[in-house]
Design a binder for this molecule. Structure first.
Ligand code: IMP
Ligand code: MG
Length: 453
């Protein structure tokens, strides 16, 4: 049993997105029924007919899923109202409210890991858009894939936040804005697209795991963007100041400041920590990092990893001792799962999982596979994005909502991925390369323009 469980877990749970796999499974049925693999020498009209029929069936399925998400959202709202009723208006959370029976949606039963959804998702329209781009329905040998579904979901999310809703766009760094370990150079096609967002009065947060305590570290990674903003003749001062960098997941905040050296001014923690974050004690943080460090050391020893431990004040990780050597993907994943489990089983980790008031819950952490390295950071991107929502919401007196926020990142698998956590505080788009980020930003700009005119 245990072995079977471990194999299932290792092979499936953390390497699959259950919602995407489920949609992919639904689309496989019309693919099997309507694709014409034998029509190799057939006339073109039969393939065109097949494509029309497959398109109609795929679109119907996407519309059905869209309606199930609508139902899921209305249940989400009912359950929230129930919890709010139990807690009254006097503030403070009644712990018992966390255990109130909730009404599951059909989608929740079919895909228990789904949600929350911050907006409805126009999946049918998004499918039609992606089908025009990718000719999914015209394929006879390759069924709708994980990437097809991922891109349809991205388009649907973009459609849902344009038309005035989008106020804050947050971006991961590595793989999203630039290739892994690289920097945002002045020639990057992403830069003028980010400037375009700023010019439309959308706030930008770069929420990266890269943890540097001083501005020069971020300047060296992001100088192309920072210089372009500083020198832009099209942005006014307020628009230029609408960029922040949240480093180390949720540990170091810098605001854009044209007058500062490196164009970034550090913001004191006391000015931006949320009340919950302010309760994370330094002793607990150090203790958690100690446990993580010792677990990482064990992994290095048992798997003879060619790696060195890096300990920082808010993170601990392993990096290749020789930068030209790559640690095997399997070893990196094993390390993440081992460290995560040890932290969850430790007294510190179990407090994180326990229900209770924030001060009882302890310090959250994020263990992830960075592609070449493994890091355990204090906090995670849900906190990082939350800080951006609160920082930019200050003027208006309240935080920017999840339905008005879009986080773009490359790491959305449930374990060992750091963008995944952002899903709990805002809408998200899952890209696979900086080139896909460019396409996504073009789609966004296009729709905003169309909805304006
Ligand atoms: P992201 O994709 O922008 O979130 O950056 C992740 C990468 O940042 C990791 O894979 C590491 O290579 C690098 N990094 C540098 N310092 C830190 C740190 O303190 N914590 C986590 N990752 C770090
Ligand atoms: Mg990344």
């Amino acid at each position: 049993m245990t072995t079977r469980y471990r194999v299932e877990y290792a092979l499936k749970t953390h390497r699959r997105d259950q919602f995407i796999e489920w949609v992919k499974g639904l689309l496989a049925v019309p693919f099997v029924l309507y694709s014409q693999p034998t029509g190799v020498f057939g006339d073109g009209t039969s393939v065109a007919k097949m494509a029309d029929e497959a398109h109609r069936r795929y679109a119907e399925i996407m519309r059905d899923v869209e309606m199930m998400i609508d139902d899921h959202i209305s249940r989400q709202k009912q359950n929230l109202l129930q919890v709010q009723d139990a807690n009254g208006n006097g503030g403070g959370v009644d712990i018992n409210s966390l255990f109130l029976p909730t009404i599951p949606s059909k989608l929740g039963m079919l895909v228990p890991t789904a949600g929350p959804f911050f907006t409805r998702l126009p999946l049918e329209a998004a499918f039609k858009y992606q089908d025009r781009k990718r000719y999914i329905s015209s394929r006879r040998y390759v069924a709708p894939s994980f990437n097809d579904v991922r891109l349809v979901l991205n388009s649907a999310q973009i459609m849902a936040v344009t038309g005035g809703a989008l106020q804050l766009a947050t971006f991961d760094g590595d793989v999203t804005l630039y290739d892994d370990g690289e920097s945002l150079e002045p020639s990057s096609p992403i830069i003028h697209r980010l400037l375009d967002l700023l010019s439309k009065n959308i706030k930008i947060g770069i929420v990266t795991a890269a943890g540097y305590t001083t501005a020069d570290g971020y300047y060296s990674r992001l100088h192309g963007l920072l210089d372009a903003i500083a020198e832009s003749p099209d942005l006014d001062d307020a628009q230029k100041r609408s960029l922040v960098i949240m480093g180390g997941e949720a540990n170091y905040l810098f605001r854009f400041d044209p007058a500062s050296k490196h164009r970034l001014a550090p913001v004191e923690r006391s000015q931006w920590l949320t009340p919950e974050m302010a309760m994370w004690s330094e002793a607990d943080i150090a203790a958690l990092l100690d446990v993580a460090e010792s677990a990482l050391r064990d992994c290095v020893r048992t798997m003879r990893l060619p790696a060195t431990i890096v300990r920082k004040d808010r993170a601990v990780g392993i990096v290749p001792t020789d930068p030209s050597v790559r640690i095997a993907r399997e070893s990196l994943e094993e390390t993440v799962l081992v460290v995560q489990r040890i932290l969850e089983l430790s007294s510190l980790g179990s407090r994180v999982q326990a229900a209770g008031t924030p001060s009882q819950r302890g310090v959250p952490f994020c263990a992830f596979n960075g592609g070449r390295d493994v890091f355990v950071d204090i906090g995670d991107k849900s906190w990082g994005v939350t800080v951006c929502q609160q920082w930019f919401g200050r003027g208006a007196g309240q935080a920017i909502g999840g339905e008005n926020t879009l986080h773009v990142g490359d790491q959305f698998l449930s374990a060992g991925s750091n963008d995944f956590k952002a899903r709990s505080v805002g809408t998200t788009a899952w890209i696979a390369s900086p080139a896909e980020t460019v396409e996504l930003l073009d789609e966004l700009a296009d729709l905003m323009q169309k909805k304006l005119s």
